[in-house]
Design a protein around this ligand. Sequence first.
Ligand code: PAF
Length: 303
Amino acid sequence: MPSAQQKLSWVIVGQGAIGLLAACRLQQAAYPVALWLRQPNALTVTLETATTKTTCQFAPAQKPLRQLFIAVKAYAVAECLTQLSTELSPDAQLVISHNGMPDLAYLQSVAASAQGIWFLSTSHAALRTADSVLHTGQGQSILSPLNNAARQAESAIVAAMTEALGPVQLTADIRPALWRKLAVNAVINPLTALHNCRNGELVSAAFTAQIARLIAEVCQLAALEHIELELQQTKAHVYQVMQATAQNYSSMQQDRYYQRPLEIDAITGFIIRTASKHQLAVPENQALWEALQQVTSPQSPQP
Ligand code: PAF
């Protein structure tokens, strides 16, 4: 593995908001970046921040694939990794990122012994439109190597991910961070999808009691999983993300709006399944799950 200074080339898998945000930011930092595309055509994307607009051009990736940032929906990870398995170099490094709870044991099991596997959880917010990606909320990321081959490549991967979605905090145990993010996504994503609204609208008093109950259920469940998720701190964190991404449409609102499958199974579904393992009632999450099963794409235009 070359040193961080040599700027490894990266392949981005998944052209959603976070994948393209990472792609553009890596390219801006002079990393060679290509996209894993179904069609062998180049892709041009404009990255818009509050103050800048930059056009980025990406070529299709050449095999074998070495450094990969895989930002596909939670429900698409297994199929994606199966498809990629024959395209990877024997020493590939795979950084996986999605909302919801990943199956870390499964991720560890898919990499060959010399292939590094990582999970990255990010609080950056972005919105994908037809030909651009808007960086709508500055965030940070938690990055964890999930096997030895990853730990051996640490400095180069951390350097690249710092450019892509930094600042990056490296951790040996990503589970507490995943639970913190789960609490955020368990509130913002299903509620914005159900009510077809921006993240910031959830700050309204109309949602306060429901949000408090949702968070309390997640914190209670975390304790049963031996994860410390303090109630008031978690509540403050959820509201802080809501405010920091107030103008954003959440990924689940967008998925519902564009009639794509929702990532609800890895978020609310994970909470309900894990709670049932502990015989814990999570009625507020259960009700939200049921409400989302019943809705179709919103009839009204996006506000
Ligand atoms: O899924 C999303 O949209 C994001 O994780 C978040 C943080 C809720 C911001 O919109």
